[in-house]
Design a protein around this ligand. Structure first.
Ligand code: SAH
Length: 351
């Protein structure tokens, strides 16, 4: 049993069951025992692999997309180039390398990394050595400037609450303890008249911080210009219980070994779009594979392949396939772009 499991069991014994959101927050970001605070989660040696860790082409395509959006909006003389939840810093490093040749882009950019984990901030510092970078831990600290931003697999680790339709109405899923182990239990009925004809057993997930963060970003973009590219796994309205734990590249029990596995939930892109729309416009939901193909990943893959042989060539071909094929990440992962009302939608995104 992990130390964090003991801490949570003691807390529940003291003050009663906790919400799924509180549980996710503690497991992921507890200052001493949280998953992101104590682990280097990404890569083959970690627990899971993300798109930028699969191939440099992912960051290159998104970097050029952002640079094009910056030019479309008049090549603003000063802007924030930001990433939310940058992991090992690979995506930003690839974005910066790919955009080196874009006249004026680096000179105008102030790079800001929004990262809650001090140990991952350290890894990012190594990846971005030589660049002038500001680290903040919260989007509320983003400068009031034109903002060009990317967020890959960030929104899926924000804490969700779950509600279940039962004979008694809607009841919040809580985490309690029995016989020295954590377990799901239902809270008393939540007073609401919404979704009353949902079938028994329906699970509703809400992620208030995802909506709040999207609204913050959209307000800055709507006011000062810019573009946000948000990529994640999820759908317009994901249904059912999507809370999942991943450890060592395999699904794990979300209530087991707290703080030792990555906890995520599917992103509800409808909620994100609705949160952004009062301030800015939102593109259509675009599958990752289609987006990368439209941005030119195949031509880039061919030009890189020309210099590769043997295993490296095989790996490169497999990486392209993994990022784009509908049976791999191409369809499961999706993207939206947020831009000022009336601006061009960024290249590659559905309208
Ligand atoms: N974008 C990276 C890593 C995704 S993992 C990639 O594609 O490889 C999720 C990242 O979000 C980690 O860096 C984690 O520490 C960070 N994170 C999680 N919750 C956060 C929060 N509330 N605020 C800021 N960063 C957070």
């Amino acid at each position: 049993m992990t130390e964090l499991t003991d801490i949570l069991l003691a807390q529940i014994a003291r003050s009663g069951p906790i919400t799924v959101a509180e549980y996710m927050t503690q497991c992921l970001l507890h200052p001493e025992h949280g998953y992101y605070t104590t682990h280097q989660p990404l890569g083959q040696a970690g627990d899971f692999v993300t798109a930028p860790e699969i191939s440099q082409m992912f960051g290159e395509m998104l970097g050029l997309c952002l640079a094009q959006a910056w030019m479309d909006q008049g090549s603003t003389a000063q802007f924030t180039l930001a990433e939310l939840g940058p992991g090992r810093g690979t995506l930003m490093a690839d974005i910066l390398r790919a955009t080196k040749g874009v006249a004026g882009f680096h000179q105008a950019a102030e790079i800001v990394m929004v990262e809650a984990s001090p140990s991952l901030q350290k890894a990012q510092k190594q990846a971005l050595e030589g660049y002038d970078v500001l680290w903040v831990s919260n989007v509320t600290e983003l400068p009031e400037h034109s903002l060009f931003l990317v967020a890959n697999e960030f929104f899926d680790c924000l804490p969700i609450s779950q509600f279940i339709r039962t004979d008694h109405g809607w009841q919040e899923q809580m985490i309690g303890a029995s016989n020295g182990a954590l377990g799901f239990i239902l809270a008393a009925q939540t007073p609401t008249s919404a979704f009353n004809n949902a079938p028994l057993g329906t699970v509703l997930e809400v992620c208030p911080s995802a909506a709040a963060i999207t609204a913050d970003i959209a307000r800055i973009i709507g006011t000062h210009g810019g573009a946000a590219l948000v990529l994640d796994y999820g759908d317009l309205t994901p249904t059912g219980d999507t809370l999942q734990a991943v450890q060592n590249h395999k699904k794990a029990d979300p209530l087991h070994d707290c703080g030792a596995s990555d906890l995520t939930a599917h992103v509800n892109f409808h909620t994100l779009s609705e949160a952004a729309k009062p301030f800015a416009q939102v593109s259509g939901l675009t599958p990752q594979g289609i987006l990368l193909e439209r941005l030119g990943i195949t031509a880039r893959a061919q030009s890189l392949a020309a210099q590769l042989h043997g295993d490296t060539l095989e790996n490169h071909i497999a990486a392209h396939h993994r990022l784009t094929h509908p049976d791999e990440m191409g369809q499961l992962f999706k993207a939206i772009a947020i831009t000022p009302k009336g601006a061009n939608h960024p290249a590659g995104f559905d309208l």
